[in-house]
Design a protein around this ligand. Structure first.
Ligand SMILES: Nc1ncnc2c1ncn2[C@@H]1O[C@H](COP(=O)(O)OP(=O)(O)O)[C@@H](O)[C@H]1O
Ligand SMILES: O=P(O)(O)OC[C@H]1O[C@](O)(COP(=O)(O)O)[C@@H](O)[C@@H]1O
Length: 319
């Protein structure tokens, strides 16, 4: 029987994390549990940087971007002696269970704590949508909306100047943000790690788009694939199409969560507390066909992401 549960956010922040924290705290109180807020992810857990939550801590936070309990990248947590210190801090406070909101790295951290005797449950909080077990992660739709709004604006200036613009979007090695943004904006060229184009192919597709009568050519590429400024110069030199590059960067991670992300985060938060009470541990929460599920967290981390062929096919038809 659990009594005290700690909540932390870890890895890249994502819009909707606050909605999840609010849901977990409110559900915990309704179920007679004592929720604790951990500040700065596993770093704060290791340093004992946590406090008993009050209802007022989560008032009005559901509509805010970022994470009000802060996040951290804390690679030291991979060391067993560092995790032992975190476990001591939890035990000193009599905390029985931990809810981790984060991406796959945070999930590995949670699973290692489970192996060391702590009850854990994970919520998928990342803009990248790179967790294979869930249709959507918390923050993906907000980031996608931000990207689409930015590309709409880039389209206007690109069209005005008869140019091509390369737009680099986040997603680490998962192309979901790029593919969905390309479908939504009608970008003529798309390259992601799942279907990476050579620079020559990008040049060829840009020329084709120009021949088809487009004044503005939008080229969406995932991060970590090219030096986009050098690529813009190369396209310009080889095609005579004036070309610019824009790295969308961190604005993609911020901003108020969309209704969709708030609802997803809220539902997942309440569900996670119920599952902990029912005795589940070492699992991650997912949404699959609009139904909430749990799955062993290590299985989740080692799953292959679903094949994207159908999405690419649809993009090719629509563009
Ligand atoms: N192999 C691991 N063992 C223990 N903790 C880990 C491991 N990998 C990541 N973590 C913890 O999870 C944190 C977040 O992971 P990271 O990969 O940066 O982001 P995300 O959770 O968004 O994928 C890391 O900073 C670290 O504290
Ligand atoms: O904030 P950092 O450490 O520069 O990391 C940037 C990375 O974080 C993300 O924004 C989100 O990634 P995670 O949610 O997996 O942490 C990636 O899209 C990007 O590659």
């Amino acid at each position: 029987m659990i009594k005290k549960i700690a909540i932390l956010t870890s890895g890249g922040d994502s819009p909707g994390m606050n909605s999840a924290v609010r849901a977990i705290v409110n559900t915990a109180f309704k179920k007679g549990l004592e929720p604790y807020l951990v500040y700065e992810g596993y770093l704060g857990l290791t340093n004992g940087n946590f406090k008993k939550a009050e209802k007022s801590d989560v008032k009005l936070i559901g509509s805010l971007g970022g994470t009000v309990i802060y996040s951290a990248r804390f690679p030291e947590f991979k060391k067993v002696e560092v995790r032992k210190k975190a476990i001591e801090k939890l035990k000193e406070e009599g905390i029985d269970a931990l809810v981790t909101i984060g991406g796959d790295g945070s999930y590995i951290g949670a699973s290692k704590l489970t192996e060391m005797g702590i009850k854990t449950i994970g919520l998928p909080g990342t803009i990248d949508n790179d967790i294979a077990s869930t249709d959507y992660t918390i923050g993906f739709h907000t980031a996608l909306d931000t990207i689409v709004r930015s590309i709409d604006q880039i389209r206007e200036t690109t069209e005005s100047h008869n140019r091509a613009t390369i737009v680099e979007v986040m997603g680490r090695f998962c192309g979901d943000l790029a593919i969905h943004a390309a479908i939504a904006t009608g970008a003529q060229v798309l390259s992601t790690s799942e279907r990476k184009l050579t620079e020559e192919e990008i040049i060829k597709e840009s020329q084709k788009a120009r021949k088809e009568g487009n004044r503005s050519i939008i080229i969406i590429v995932s991060e970590y694939l090219y030096d986009v400024n050098a690529l813009a110069k190369k396209i310009e030199a080889e095609t005579n199409i004036e070309t610019r590059a824009t790295i969308l960067g961190y604005p993609q991670r911020g901003g108020r969560p969309t209704a969709e992300d708030r609802i997803l985060a809220g539902r997942m938060g309440a569900f996670a507390v119920e599952k902990l009470i029912e005795g589940e541990t070492g699992v991650a929460v997912n949404i699959v066909n609009n139904k909430l599920t749990t799955k062993d967290i290590m299985e989740v981390v080692s799953m292959n992401r679903p094949n994207k062929d159908e999405l690419f096919k649809q993009y090719d038809l629509i563009k």
